[in-house]
Design a binder for this molecule. Structure first.
Ligand code: ASP
Length: 324
């Protein structure tokens, strides 16, 4: 065969092999990296989604926790993973707030990832240890203001939803409090239940069961409207913290350069999972709501992330909170 023909045959074969490999995706388990501790709110969302995506993917989704204060190591791990569709990231609003919070972030949410799509919206709750000496929000506020040098506020580090909520809350009530950072709100919740810390603001995916079991005190929800699964709990806005609203959204990402056929398959699996009645119910029981399918796409996530970065950047800069 002349050299040129040999070369063409070689490229045709290579393209065919590449296509076949992409078509076979996935032929082994997919790892979903969670940037916080196991059993926490983001981990809960990951595990519900992982199970629901098994079937449409035809492969097991393995949830891997990469806990760190602020949730900044998980995205870095996924950024550096092979872009083959076998490592994906689940993350929340932290993808939009960390660029403003960290002077030296080792990943860029806008350039280091391919987008898969949004998952759900989760409100937060202001909760305290069971024996906290305040029976309602009014008393809570008065106590916190009068004891600001000793009241402790747990969170999952700078960049976590619990940190963002606390930071906005402290600024709204114009009171600085002592913060205690953890590698996720699962360990923070353990300490709250044990009475080692006083209060925190955490996602309903972590607090609903504790609230319903009466193991923590709850003083309000951070959403604009009340949460259907916790209808008796007033919003903070209703109780006088006017305009206070923090909503947490979760989404899926892949390392930049992941082949399009793999992304397409992941998007289809995400959408299948969001259509699943068991998933919807599991989330709504925990106060969360799946996004409309039109938001579970790469383009919608990209637009949302850009809008959220633009929204939170100035708010964070004004608050003057930074990490190195
Ligand atoms: N969502 C985090 C977790 O799963 C904590 C946070 O963002 O505050 O622990």
């Amino acid at each position: 065969m002349p050299k040129r023909k040999q070369l063409l045959a070689f490229f045709a074969l290579a393209a065919f092999a590449g296509c076949a490999a992409a078509q076979q995706y996935p032929n082994h388990p997919v790892t979903m990296v969670v940037p916080y501790a196991a059993s926490g709110p983001t981990d809960t969302v990951a595990r519900v989604m992982g199970v629901a995506m098994n079937k449409p993917l035809g492969q097991t989704v393995i949830v891997e926790n990469k806990p760190s204060a602020g949730g900044i190591l998980g995205p870095e791990q996924v950024k550096n993973a092979k872009p083959d569709g076998y490592t994906i990231l689940i993350h929340h609003i932290g993808m939009a707030t960390t660029p403003a919070l960290y002077r030296q972030l080792r990943f860029n949410p806008l350039t280091d990832f391919d987008y898969i799509g949004l998952i759900n919206d989760v409100p937060m709750t202001l909760i305290a240890r069971q024996n906290f000496p305040a029976k309602d929000f009014k008393e809570f506020l008065a106590y916190v203001k009068a004891n600001k040098d000793k009241v402790t506020y747990a969170n999952a580090g700078i960049g976590a939803a619990s940190h963002l909520c606390g930071m906005l809350f402290m600024s709204a009530i114009q009171t600085d409090l002592l913060t205690v950072p953890y590698k996720g709100t699962a360990p923070a919740m353990n300490d709250l239940l044990g009475g080692q810390v006083d209060f925190m603001c955490d996602q309903t995916t972590n607090t609903t069961n504790q609230i319903k079991a009466g193991k923590v005190k709850v003083y309000g929800v951070t959403s604009k409207k009340r949460v259907p699964s916790l209808p008796e709990i007033p919003t903070l806005d209703e109780q006088g913290v006017k305009g206070f609203e923090v909503g947490i959204w979760h989404a899926l990402y892949a390392p930049k350069g992941t082949p399009k056929p793999a992304i397409d398959k992941l998007v289809a699996a995400l959408q299948d999972a969001l259509k699943d009645e068991t998933v919807k119910k599991r989330f709504s029981d925990l106060g969360a709501e799946v996004v409309p399918l039109s938001m579970a796409t790469p383009a919608a996530l990209e637009a949302h992330l850009k809008a959220e970065i633009a929204k939170w950047g100035p708010i964070i800069k004004k608050a003057g909170v930074y990490a190195d």
